[in-house]
Ligand binder design. Structure first.
Ligand code: ADP
Ligand code: ASP
Ligand code: MG
Length: 462
């Protein structure tokens, strides 16, 4: 069971979480728990780390440490009053470590990807001992493990590390033996390299941790506890009448999360999918709701489109130049230049005239992408590279679109009727996703129009 930031944000939510774990454990299940940072804490850590490196001013450190101390001590005292004496020093040691590292960043004016990764794991480091203490307060044996202790081995891509399959044996050796005698509480979001260097798994990475651990212990199911009833037809913050899907496929959720649906980390389904472990998404605040189950194949659903999402932190790059016509090597040059600079290309489209290639990338990589492509202009391979930050990518997702005729026509007719201008279109090879690019300001409206066009608010026969 993984509990996200809102499910473990304060004493009250920690107690609710402990109630959920206790009822499953009391019913005879063996449970391993993965914990996120309290809501907002990772953002705070990132902001202060960035400020610390930019200024020679240590004054940002004190207030952060004090606010983290207040928040976590309050949660500890509220959720585990009898254990506070024993656990408060653990939290103090953690805060002292964090303060030391941040002071080093200020003094050295250097924040390497490696030290940044270590700093941003402190939300989980502070929170896991509280949840474990609250379990013990409720009479359930429990111990805390950080990601590395639990056996989560990763690549050394700091900030976006990927799990190494060799970690599974390690997890099995370290976590599985604990399950018959206690509920281990494992810090999400982090792992370590073979050499023991701490890494993070990308924002929202605790979902990924849960799947990595679930695969390692060969869990019957992986449960992701969050603050909505399940995976919905669209983000409920945008579409107020979005509906909960009772089941979705791994592939559909991967497409959704890749295109920004914040409900799950994009890579988190890979380990579960490899072992065919069902993933259940449930609401901590409404635990009797059945939630969504994510499996390989969903039971028959006549709907071709099941969910719609959009992402606005993207940028479009247009590469123009007739020089590309009939020259087979140009596309290779473009993509190797980008890959060589670790730029992740989310969408590609090439005009049939071959005079133009358009790409969608993460907005924060735009400057390095342009830098990587400029040499191609200088070498005369392409004429010009232009970019546009004011765009959103919208993804229309549904396993039923595979082989269905006319879905694209329906999508673009509805958008045209609503006056939404489509700047670029791409269909993934999976065919379970049709994605397109619109002006940033049109993103939410495009989602609304298509949610209505495919009647996603209405009950289906799933
Ligand atoms: P947690 O802290 O539990 O990991 P997140 O905030 O990361 O929770 O993810 C849950 C949020 O994802 C929901 O509150 C919801 O606003 C958002 N969300 C975006 N798209 C969807 C979707 N299709 N279905 C459900 N929730 C979604
Ligand atoms: N705390 C991390 C984040 O905010 C990981 C997570 O919550 O899943 O990104
Ligand atoms: Mg999340």
């Amino acid at each position: 069971m993984k509990f996200g930031g809102t499910s473990v944000a304060d004493a009250e939510s920690v107690l609710r979480t402990v109630g959920i774990i206790a009822s499953s454990h009391g019913g005879g299940d063996e449970v391993a728990v993965v914990i996120s940072a309290q809501r907002g804490v990772t953002d705070q850590l990132i902001a202060v780390a960035d400020q610390a490196v930019c200024s020679r001013d240590a004054s940002v450190v004190g207030p952060l440490i004090q606010s983290l101390r207040d928040r976590h001590m309050k949660a500890l005292e509220g959720a585990a009053p009898d254990k506070a004496g024993e656990v408060a020093p653990v939290i103090e040691t953690c805060l002292a470590d964090l303060a030391n590292i941040l002071h080093a960043v200020v003094n050295l004016r250097e924040l390497t990807p490696r030290s940044r990764d270590y700093i941003i794991t402190f939300g989980e480091r502070l929170n896991a001992p509280i949840v474990s203490a609250a379990l013990r307060q409720a009479g359930i044996a429990s111990a805390v493990l950080d990601g590395c202790e639990a056996g989560v081995l990763t690549t050394d891509q700091h900030g976006e590390a990927m799990a190494l399959p060799t970690g599974e044996r390690r997890i099995q050796g370290r976590v599985t033996p604990l399950l018959s005698r206690m509920v281990p509480v494992i810090m999400g979001f982090m792992g370590c390299t073979q050499k023991g260097v701490v890494t993070t798994l990308g924002r929202s990475g605790s979902d990924y941790s849960a799947a990595i651990i679930g695969a390692g212990i060969d869990a019957d199911e992986i449960w992701i506890w969050t603050d909505v009833d399940g995976i919905m037809t669209s983000d409920p913050r945008l579409i107020s009448d979005a509906r909960v899907l009772s089941s979705v496929s791994y592939q559909e959720v991967m497409e959704l999360s890749y295109f920004g649906a914040k409900v799950m980390h994009p890579r988190s389904l890979e380990p579960a999918m490899r072992r065919d472990i069902p993933v259940r998404v449930k609401n901590t605040f409404n635990p009797t709701h059945p939630g969504t189950v994510i499996v390989r194949e969903v039971p028959c659903d006549s709907r071709v489109v099941r969910a719609i999402t959009y992402i606005d932190r993207v940028a479009a790059i247009n590469i123009n130049g007739a020089q590309m016509i009939g020259r087979p090597g140009v596309a290779r040059e473009i993509f190797s230049a980008l890959a060589g600079n670790d730029i992740n290309v989310m969408m590609i489209s090439q005009g049939s005239s071959e005079a133009n290639i358009s790409l969608i990338i993460d907005e924060y990589q735009l400057a390095s992408a342009i830098e990587a492509l400029n040499p191609l202009v200088h070498r005369g391979l392409v004429r010009e590279v232009t970019s546009n930050r004011d765009v959103s990518a919208v993804a229309v997702v549904g396993g039923g679109m595979i082989g269905a005729i006319g879905t694209g026509g329906r999508i673009f007719t509805a958008l045209g009727a609503a006056g939404v201008n489509v700047m670029m279109i791409s269909q993934g090879s999976s065919e379970a996703n049709i994605s397109f690019v619109v002006r940033q300001e049109d993103g939410p409206r495009a989602v609304r129009v298509l949610h209505d066009e495919f009647h996603l608010s209405e009950e289906s026969d799933e």
